[in-house]
Design a protein around this ligand. Structure first.
Ligand SMILES: NC(=O)C1=CN([C@@H]2O[C@H](COP(=O)(O)OP(=O)(O)OC[C@H]3O[C@@H](n4cnc5c(N)ncnc54)[C@H](O)[C@@H]3O)[C@@H](O)[C@H]2O)C=CC1
Ligand SMILES: CC(=O)N[C@@H]1[C@@H](OP(=O)(O)OP(=O)(O)OC[C@H]2O[C@@H](n3ccc(=O)[nH]c3=O)[C@H](O)[C@@H]2O)O[C@H](C(=O)O)[C@@H](O)[C@@H]1O
Length: 448
């Protein structure tokens, strides 16, 4: 996730504080892709910031001045005055506690709020009266009220709304998008109590240049976050459905999308493997809450079904193309380029490329991988393949461009072709390359 902080540091600017006239103490609970940049941003505007996490190793690494997210930089972390700690007693010193813990789904694809509940218990045990607790984690509408607040009350013995306060404010920054980091995207803040709403909105206005949008309830703010991701999942699902249909019809999907894209209100999405912590997850948070009221959001769930099937569709396409090019599957080799969950990021944790790899391996295909962003050793272990630190196409029969990092635009297809066996193919999952150019380099070209 882009933080907007690295620019200054990369150009050697010295850390400067931008005092904003508030000097409260803020404790950020959960120092991941969301919590760490948030802590560093508040530190930069001269707030006293405690960064609390249960992961001792992470706290040790951060305390040594190492950026554990890859989104900031070591210099930014080293230069911050954030107090990194795994001691929950430090929460006592906080005027504001901002909770940014994970909210995954369980194996039944239901919301798993264990981290939120646990954080609520820990914060409740240590917070003092008049503390304001802001939940940033993506949850279903009503979770702050029905899960976090009761955990805080139970552990503290205090009464929410009288002796402590809660608000909700989702993180909306996009990983890998330098233009849409924490400071650049309007921050939504929701609270029932108008005074709490104004106070928390004012606090965020210290760090969010794009400003704050206020909602009159916790639920409206919670819902605004999940529906952003539901909408995105739906739009991508439409692209995937069109791509599968046009592949069968024999129409070039990208040519269709390029033509349709000349209409001012045609939305720009591309087919692909829909990974990440949020887009594949948040629709289930919305559906869960809706079903509680007896309404099944069929369109939302159908979009999930379409996107969830994409790894299977891509691997079938790869196997079919291997066969069409005259290869024996069990004697074939395929190089998969791009292993992270989306282009130009280093996060492999929720990549859907592994589903494509697994199916090819089931048919005996020898699969190798390369990704300029992902750590080769870590990724080899995670994906169960040999991940190269430099791309080699020796004796390969095909290339699957699974995650189209920008750097692959300059892929030397002639050099790759030289190393490969006869009649090679290139499967361009997201349709990023120019089909005619790829064919001109001697490849059979396929895309989703
Ligand atoms: N990663 C992203 O780009 C975005 C994530 N979000 C949402 O933000 C939330 C956090 O996501 P990430 O930062 O990616 O998660 P993450 O997994 O990167 O970091 C979460 C951190 O919380 C810590 N943690 C877990 N339980 C804890 C507890 N009880 N007390 C203290 N620390 C605890 C973990 O050790 C970890 O360091 C999720 O709800 C996610 O949906 C929203 C927008 C963007
Ligand atoms: C509505 C929205 O843009 N949400 C963003 C999203 O970030 P995230 O990196 O998870 O999502 P993403 O960039 O849409 O990518 C998700 C997955 O979908 C794929 N993808 C994306 C766009 C597209 O046209 N086709 C496609 O296949 C990507 O390759 C990736 O595998 O989810 C983030 C979050 O909530 O964690 C959120 O903060 C971000 O703003």
């Amino acid at each position: 996730m882009s933080s907007g902080l690295t620019g200054a540091r990369r150009h050697g600017e010295s850390r400067h504080v931008e005092p904003v006239g508030r000097t409260e103490t803020i404790c950020v609970v959960g120092l991941g892709y969301v919590g760490l940049p948030l802590a560093v941003h508040f530190d930069r505007v001269d707030q006293q910031v405690i960064g609390y996490d249960i992961d001792d190793d992470k706290i040790g690494t951060l305390s040594e001045g190492v950026d554990t997210t890859g989104d900031l930089s070591d210099a930014v972390v080293a230069d911050s005055d954030v107090e990194f700690t795994s001691d929950p007693a430090t929460i006592t010193d906080a005027d504001y506690v901002i909770v940014t813990v994970p909210t995954p789904v369980d194996e039944m694809e239901n919301p798993d709020l264990r981290f939120v509940e646990s954080a609520g218990e820990t914060v409740g045990e240590h917070m003092t009266p008049d503390t304001t607790v802001v939940l940033e984690s993506t949850v279903f509408p009503g979770a702050t009220r029905s899960v976090l607040a009761p955990a805080l009350e139970e552990a503290s013995g205090l009464t929410e709304g009288e002796e402590f306060f809660v608000a909700y404010s989702p993180e909306r920054a996009t990983p890998g998008d330098e233009k849409h980091g924490l400071r650049d995207v309007v921050k939504v803040v929701g609270a029932d109590d108008p005074a709490v709403l104004e106070d928390v909105a004012d606090l965020y206005e210290c760090v969010v240049d794009a400003g704050v949008h206020r909602t009159s309830s916790l639920e409206a703010a919670e819902a605004s976050k999940v529906v952003e991701n539901v909408q995105r999942d739906l739009n991508i699902a439409l692209m995937n459905e069109l791509a599968v249909a046009f592949d069968r019809i024999g129409i070039n999907t990208q040519e269709v999308l390029d033509a349709a894209g000349t209409k001012w209100n045609f939305h720009d999405y591309s087919p692909g493997l829909v990974g990440g912590h949020c887009i594949p997850v948040d629709p289930f948070y919305f559906a869960y809450r809706s079903k509680m009221e007896g309404y099944v959001p069929e369109l939302t769930l159908k979009a999930r079904d379409v996107n969830r099937r994409m790894p299977e569709h891509v691997s079938e396409l790869a196997l079919k193309t291997l066969n069409d090019c005259g290869n024996v599957l069990g004697e074939s080799r395929v190089v998969v380029l791009g292993l992270t969950y989306k282009p130009n990021v280093a996060d492999i944790r929720t990549s859907k490329v592994d589903g494509v790899i697994d199916t090819m391996q089931e048919y005996g295909v020898d699969v190798l991988g390369f990704d300029p962003y992902a750590d080769p050793e870590q990724t080899s272990q995670a994906f169960g393949i040999d991940v190269m630190d430099q791309p080699s196409f020796e004796n390969a029969d095909g290339i699957v461009l699974a995650t189209p990092h920008d750097v692959f635009e300059s892929l030397d297809l002639d050099a790759a072709r030289e190393e490969m066996n006869d009649d090679p193919f290139l499967l361009d999952v997201c349709g990023e390359l120019d089909a005619e150019e790829v064919v001109g380099h001697g490849f059979t070209y396929r895309r989703v």
